[in-house]
Design a protein around this ligand. Structure first.
Ligand code: SF4
Length: 202
């Protein structure tokens, strides 16, 4: 039986591992790397390069969004000082999911989803309602999930290690980078966010 196609917003290669494998049980998955939140551009290029490499390895077709940094900063304006997980993040999720829903509609893909909830720092209770609302607007179906459950996060770490993937040590935007650096300086200890650093790509 032919599987329905699903457009998957991918935040980074480590998060894609387990989520792609899981969704492939029911869907023909097509990836969408849409992350203009990532700062600086070199880090964006690194995460994208790593995701391209992994996509090729697992035979995943993938679209790549424009790096719309200015629009992203415009969207989150006024929430720069928000802590991790606050209002800025909700806007950031919506920014990326809006584009995913739009591309799905343009390509005639009926289902869309995101890798975001595999991270223990990302709340499904915030992300799923955003996806649901966008689905209502576009007529598509958002695949609601909390991928971190059932050891999803743990398995994604293991799969990433096996694939030798680069894993970042901050979420993505400049504010998350600064927050992490500040915490390290204040406490004098390493802060694991969002996942442990496993080394640079070969
Ligand atoms: S911390 Fe992460 S989710 Fe929140 S605004 Fe920054 S990049 Fe987006």
């Amino acid at each position: 039986m032919t599987k329905p196609t699903l457009l998957l917003h991918i935040c980074c290669a480590p998060c894609a591992t387990y989520v792609v494998r899981t969704l492939r049980e029911w869907f023909e998955v097509v990836g969408y790397f849409c992350n203009p939140n990532i700062h600086p551009e070199e880090e964006y290029a690194l995460r994208l390069r790593e995701m391209r490499r992994y996509a090729e390895e697992i035979g995943l077709r993938m679209f790549v969004a424009e790096y719309e940094v200015d629009r992203w900063y415009e969207a989150i304006k006024g929430t720069e000082q928000e802590p991790e997980g606050g209002k800025r993040c909700a806007i950031c999720y919506r920014f990326r999911l809006e584009r995913t829903a739009r591309l799905a509609r343009e390509r005639g893909i009926f289902h869309f989803a995101t890798t975001l909830t595999v991270s223990p720092h990302k709340k499904a209770a915030v992300i799923n309602p955003i996806g649901r609302a966008l689905a209502e607007q576009t007529g598509a179906t958002f695949y609601e999930a909390d991928f971190k459950k059932r050891d999803g996060f743990k398995i994604s770490c293991q799969m990433s290690r096996e694939a030798g993937l680069y894993r970042q040590n901050y979420c993505g935007c400049i504010f998350s980078k600064l927050e992490r650096e500040r915490r390290i300086k204040d406490k004098g200890e390493e802060v694991t966010f969002p996942l442990p650093f496993l080394g640079a790509p070969q």
